[in-house]
Design a binder for this molecule. Structure first.
Ligand SMILES: NC(=O)c1ccc[n+]([C@@H]2O[C@H](COP(=O)([O-])OP(=O)(O)OC[C@H]3O[C@@H](n4cnc5c(N)ncnc54)[C@H](OP(=O)(O)O)[C@@H]3O)[C@@H](O)[C@H]2O)c1
Length: 429
């Protein structure tokens, strides 16, 4: 077979770009088909910044769009990040010129995936993004390729390592959110501005992409319901454990007759569930299909080595021409995204109600729940030192969200109740 050398242009020389350059310098002939991948040109913000890799022999571009457009580049790799700006402009420039694009950019794919897929397919070139979800753990190819013979019903995962690290540390050390976040920032596990991670937005981007791959619909980040972990209290972590659960930031998507739900919430997971076992900065994913049944994968979701390995796997797919439509179906055949009305979504819930220690409080709460049609699966009343009231904790049976919200508003007004009840979602076993 004739060998071809692909001239690769890499925009972004940070964690992932640095890892990729190191790998390709050592193993340019890693791909199974025998073609070589050689980085010939790069772009970043600062040419003079010290790098972990030697870029002295490579062509330098200040502008990623100029790099993507260079006639010396056959394959463009975007590792700058951001949903818009130079990342998007450079990806569009490469696709318009008929060049294959590999990116790790979840924000770009979640927010502009449908239009970029159309552009890629109109120019008959691949647009690949394995590294955008779960870093080095192969979730994208699994849903796009390995599971096309099945009908996926639901996907739920721990898709943000920073949040998983923070929640695991809170449970392990008994320290509160702010304290653990500060430490995570000092150790480099969390960004100086942690909003994308702890606000749930990063996980929202990733589950938006997985929903499109699982259900063959256009990605729709706007429709995602997103709640982060900054309001998770140590008290809830402890009470959840007493009830047999662990709190994780779960990004989930499921398909019902009403449409597709895409959600990110701190969620109680039964302690024996595999997702509850994935601690530290690990990522994990649970997929349910009608014929395959249940699949669970877990692995690193970030870091130079794992993420660059996923980027390299996409480069190999370009070189071996093992390329599918960008999402599960060609851009023109993607189903429109129909979002489930959140009020109609049904699930179990955890309610923590802080009450004054007075007679009749529990009876008033039970009565209100019964009036609202909310039935109770588990109940716990446990005095907690320094909690500012007595927490009454309930796990409900599966209930429509509208009924739960109605019950919460009514319970908040009861005389014995000190504050608005805390609502957390509870996963099925
Ligand atoms: N880090 C991970 O483990 C990981 C995992 C999965 C996916 N991702 C995704 O991979 C992408 C890159 O992440 P990263 O962690 O490697 O980011 P990073 O370490 O912050 O690096 C970003 C790179 O982009 C360059 N850059 C920023 N603005 C630029 C501009 N206007 N023009 C040209 N270059 C510009 C920076 O240049 P300077 O170096 O000169 O500042 C830097 O080299 C993101 O989309 C991220 O979401 C990352």
């Amino acid at each position: 077979m004739t060998q071809k050398t692909w001239r690769v242009g890499v925009a972004g020389l940070g964690t992932v770009g640095g890892g990729l350059l190191q790998f390709l310098a050592a193993r340019p002939d890693f791909a199974p088909a025998g073609d070589r991948a050689e980085v010939v040109a790069v772009s970043a913000r600062s040419k003079s910044r010290p790098r972990t890799v030697d870029i002295s022999g490579l062509e330098w571009f200040d502008d990623p769009v100029a790099l993507a457009s260079s006639p010396n580049v056959d394959l463009f790799v975007e590792l700058v990040g951001g949903s818009d700006g130079p990342a998007k402009a450079a990806v569009e420039a490469a696709l318009k010129l008929g060049k294959p694009v590999v990116t790790a950019n979840k924000a770009l794919i979640a927010e502009h995936g449908a239009e970029l897929a159309a552009l890629a397919e109109a120019n008959n070139v691949p647009l690949l993004f394995e590294a955008a979800v779960m870093g080095g753990t192969p979730a994208v190819k699994m849903l796009r390729e390995a599971m096309v013979g099945d009908d996926v019903v639901s996907v739920a995962g721990i898709l943000n390592g920073t949040c998983n690290y923070i929640l695991s540390e809170m449970e392990k050390t008994g320290r509160d959110f702010a304290d653990v976040l500060r430490e995570a920032q000092a150790l480099g596990y969390a960004e100086a501005d942690p909003t994308m991670d702890v606000g749930g937005f990063d996980a929202g981007h990733k589950i938006t992409i997985l929903a499109a791959l699982a259900f063959g619909c256009a990605p729709n980040y706007e429709a995602a319901e997103i709640e982060g972990i900054s309001e998770v209290e140590l008290l809830d972590i402890k009470l959840a454990k007493d009830l047999g659960y662990r709190i994780k930031l779960i990004a989930g998507t499921s398909k019902t007759e009403g449409g597709v739900a895409v959600k990110v919430h701190p969620t109680l997971i039964p302690l024996e569930h595999p997702l509850a076992q994935a601690g530290g900065a690990l990522n994990a994913l649970f997929i349910e299909g009608t014929r395959i049944g249940r699949i669970f994968i877990q692995g690193p979701g970030a870091g130079a080595g794992p993420t660059a390995a996923a980027v390299a796997a996409d480069i190999a797919d370009v070189m071996t021409k093992a390329v599918r439509p960008v999402f599960q179906a060609p851009a023109g055949a993607l189903k429109p995204f129909v979002a489930v009305d959140p009020a109609k979504s049904v699930g179990k819930a955890y309610l923590r109600i802080m009450v004054r220690d007075v007679p009749g409080a529990i009876a008033a709460i039970s009565e209100t729940l019964a009036e609202c049609g909310v039935s109770i699966d588990a109940f716990l009343q446990k005095p907690v030192e320094g909690a500012g009231g007595v927490p009454i904790v309930l796990v409900t049976h599966a209930t429509p969200e509208s009924k739960l919200l109605d019950a919460i508003s009514r319970i908040e007004k009861l005389q014995a109740v000190l504050e608005r009840p805390r609502l957390l979602r509870v996963a099925r076993s």
